[in-house]
Design a protein around this ligand. Structure first.
Ligand code: OAD
Length: 234
């Protein structure tokens, strides 16, 4: 089977009711990014940041995967699919995708605030544990922090993601404004002969000048169209 590598962003989950970040009314309009998504913000006000991610976690219980997530999962019948997502929700997994790389962490996990990337301290929360409190401790005695890659922090999964991009036979981008690096640079690792598709209702600037097949639609409609292109009528 051919390798299909799919890079997704907040637009993938928009039709499930999760706000994007940079569209009008997006999350970063409501919550200053420096306060809730940087190590400095966390150091200054851990309670505010903990509550922000508690709220995001609670929202996971109210949303479900959309048709776009489902169609991404169904492509596993025809391709070896790897989803590289910037999203911290679990909607790809819940739609049935089996190979999901989370570049920016996962809402359902927490970790040590001293050693956030030490696998020993990363813990999956059960839904009844979604509300983390100040005073809840990781196994090393530090305050539990969200397992989220904040601005200014390293992106440990980027090397793994690059390896998949280098081996892609088809590359697809869905619902990301390609503003945030290193994720936005992954297209540069996709070999030049590999067809690239992009699904987004808005125009997304491609820095490299690379030829991209643009489907100017939302994730669900766009995935219907892309499925027809890649595997024909079902
Ligand atoms: P953005 O909010 O920057 O971009 C969302 C993209 O989704 C835009 O290009 C929209 O046009 C598109 N979009 C909106 N509705 C859509 C729909 N129904 N279907 C498909 N696309 C749609 O979000 P990201 O690019 O994902 O990081 O942002 C990247 C990172 O910046 C996030 O992972 C997050 C954020 O700060 C961290 O929190 C570390």
């Amino acid at each position: 089977m051919k390798n299909l590598v799919i890079l997704t962003g907040a637009g993938m989950s928009a039709e499930s009711g999760i706000s994007t970040f940079r569209d009008a009314g997006g999350l970063w309009d409501k919550y200053p990014v420096e306060q809730v998504a940087t190590p400095e913000g966390y150091a200054a006000n851990p309670k505010l940041v903990t509550d922000f991610y508690n709220e995001r976690r609670k929202q996971l219980l109210d949303v479900k995967p959309n048709r776009g997530h489902e169609l991404v999962a169904q492509l596993e019948k025809h391709f070896k699919v790897t989803v590289i997502t910037q999203n911290v929700d679990n909607l790809h997994e819940r739609a049935g995708s089996t190979e999901v790389i989370h570049l920016h962490g996962e809402l359902t996990k927490v970790t040590s605030s001293w050693h956030p990337n030490n696998p020993h301290y990363i813990k999956e929360l059960k839904p009844e544990e979604y509300e983390v409190k100040i005073g809840d401790k990781a196994a090393d005695g530090s305050q539990l922090r969200p397992f989220i890659v904040w601005f200014g922090e390293a992106v440990p999964m980027i090397e793994t993601a690059i390896d998949y991009c280098e081996r892609a036979d088809v590359f697809l981008i869905i619902g990301t404004s390609l503003n945030v690096y290193p994720a936005a640079g992954l297209l540069n690792y996709v070999p030049a002969h590999v067809p690239v598709y992009l699904i987004d209702p808005k125009q997304v600037p491609i820095a490299s000048g690379r030829q991209v097949n643009v489907i100017r639609k939302g994730a669900s409609e766009g995935m219907e169209e892309l499925t027809r292109i890649l595997v024909g009528e079902q």
